[in-house]
Design a protein around this ligand. Structure first.
Ligand SMILES: O=C(O)CCC(=O)C(=O)O
Length: 449
């Protein structure tokens, strides 16, 4: 068996015997081995032995990477951006590490405050810098199904970038947090986590054990006499609840519902649906897109009245309609160094809008047309829905920072209210609350074909 490996881990990469960087990731395999050497203080091995069931099947030289390379989320395997303008701005907005020396710390905090003044805040339009305010356009909306109304904003420098601040109320947010943790943390496939194969294996083992138990003790249905085989699916969340230990959940970086996305191959398995997308989420996306279509139709009407003699010269065809077919769910711990590196979402075959729902702690999100453009930084808060359509659909974007202690207290209260509604044990809801106050969840809903 030939295994080609290219995986970046703590600034190290692998070369094959001919000295070439091997491509086509079999990422988790290597990551699992490197895990043993992850401490920077330990001496790294110069040679890496790849074993399958104890047999060495390949030897590789391990070398220090000359440039910092990206190992984050969706960017895995893509071109490192450190030396691009975008990459430099990712560093600017990254979480600061403050010195313990008081005087130095005060200067650093001041510098960070200055940096944050440039982050566009769609919940406090008046607070934004003048240049930023001049790029914000506001529109009113009334959603057809959800009966929601309010103001949404357009960032005019990147065509197709819209934000609906606070679109989801705290009860709706609590529902999505609950679902993301409890139902969507099932892990029997390879794209559950960025760097911890052992996590996936353990979950599969748990499932197997459970299946064996069921086979030994199937219940007989009184009426039909049939064997009723209840398949109980073990989620990673259940593991945390059983152990009352949230740290088990931390390595989980993403999961996926709807059409299955294979992170290793960076493509969709269009014939596999991992879990149906909740109808409520489908409604959120289609409602938001309907609002955009209404706005667009009004703009078109106004433009055609103003320029009745002009031909429509918009040469890029795009759609503002969307059929939600998949959702990537991103799980972020607040304050990690590089939550999600710069990348484009280009695995989908269609340029229908992407709807991104934020929950929990606030993020600083960066987006730009290209590598050498200065990105706009904007806050994404719990309940906000961001739409990437038109040019923004395939724009370069990153999550530069997830700010600790920014989860709204209303979300925590609404999670508490679920205790009665779901009759779940109090310990489980307490764990959910504890998780979300120091984390961010993102549902990234897309049309695939
Ligand atoms: O978490 C976010 O807001 C962005 C996620 C993202 O960029 C992705 O899933 O591709």
């Amino acid at each position: 068996m030939v295994i080609n490996v290219w995986y970046v881990y703590h600034n190290f990469f692998c070369k094959n015997e001919k000295g070439k960087i091997a491509r086509d990731c079999k990422i988790y395999f290597i990551a699992a081995h490197l895990k043993n050497f992850s401490s920077r203080r330990k001496k790294l091995p110069r040679k890496l032995f790849i074993k399958i069931k104890g047999n060495i099947i390949k030897t590789m030289m391990l070398q220090t990477a000359s440039k910092e390379q990206s190992n984050s989320g969706a960017n895995m395997g893509s071109k490192p951006r450190t030396h691009t303008v975008f990459g430099q701005y990712e560093k600017v907005y990254r979480r600061p590490i403050f010195s313990k020396v008081k005087k130095t710390r005060t200067t650093q905090e001041q510098k960070d405050k200055e940096t944050l003044k440039n982050v566009v805040d769609f919940r406090n339009i008046e607070q934004n810098t003048e240049p930023n305010q001049s790029k914000i356009r506001s529109h009113t909306y009334k959603s057809p199904k959800g009966n929601k109304s309010g103001t949404f904003y357009e960032w005019s420098s990147i065509s197709g970038l819209y934000i609906f601040p606070n679109y989801l109320n705290s009860t709706e947010q609590a529902y999505y947090v609950h679902t993301a943790l409890k139902e969507f943390s099932t892990a029997p496939y390879n794209n559950m986590t960025n760097n911890d194969q052992s996590l996936v294996t353990t979950t599969i083992e748990l499932e197997k054990k459970e299946e064996e138990k069921e086979e030994g003790g199937n219940k007989q249905n009184d009426k039909t006499g049939e064997i009723a085989k209840e398949k109980k699916i073990f989620t990673l969340w259940q593991k945390c609840v059983d152990a009352n230990d949230l740290s088990l959940f931390e390595p989980l970086a993403w999961s996926n519902v709807g059409v299955q996305y294979d992170w290793t191959l960076r493509k969709y398995n269009t014939d596999v649906v991992t879990h149906p997308i909740p109808q409520a989420m489908i409604d959120v996306c289609t409602d938001i897109c309907a609002c955009l279509q209404t706005m667009n139709a009004e703009n078109d009407r106004e433009n055609s009245e103003e320029n009745s003699d002009d031909d429509n010269d918009d040469s890029t065809p795009y759609t503002l309609a969307m059929v939600p077919q998949t959702s990537i769910i991103n799980y972020y711990c607040a304050n990690t160094k590089r939550p999600m590196g710069g990348h484009r979402d280009a695995a989908e075959k269609i340029n229908a809008p992407l709807v991104s729902i934020s929950l929990g702690c606030t993020a600083i999100f960066l987006i730009a047309d290209g590598d050498e453009d200065i990105p706009v930084a904007l806050y994404l808060r719990s309940g906000d829905c961001l739409v990437m359509s038109k040019s923004a659909r395939f724009a370069l974007h990153a999550v530069a920072r997830v700010i600790p202690d920014t989860c709204p207290s209303e979300l925590v209260t609404s999670l508490d209210a679920l205790k009665k509604e779901t009759k779940e044990n109090a310990q489980e809801i307490e764990l959910m609350k504890k998780y979300i106050v120091q984390s961010r969840l993102n549902f990234n809903v897309r049309q695939v074909v």
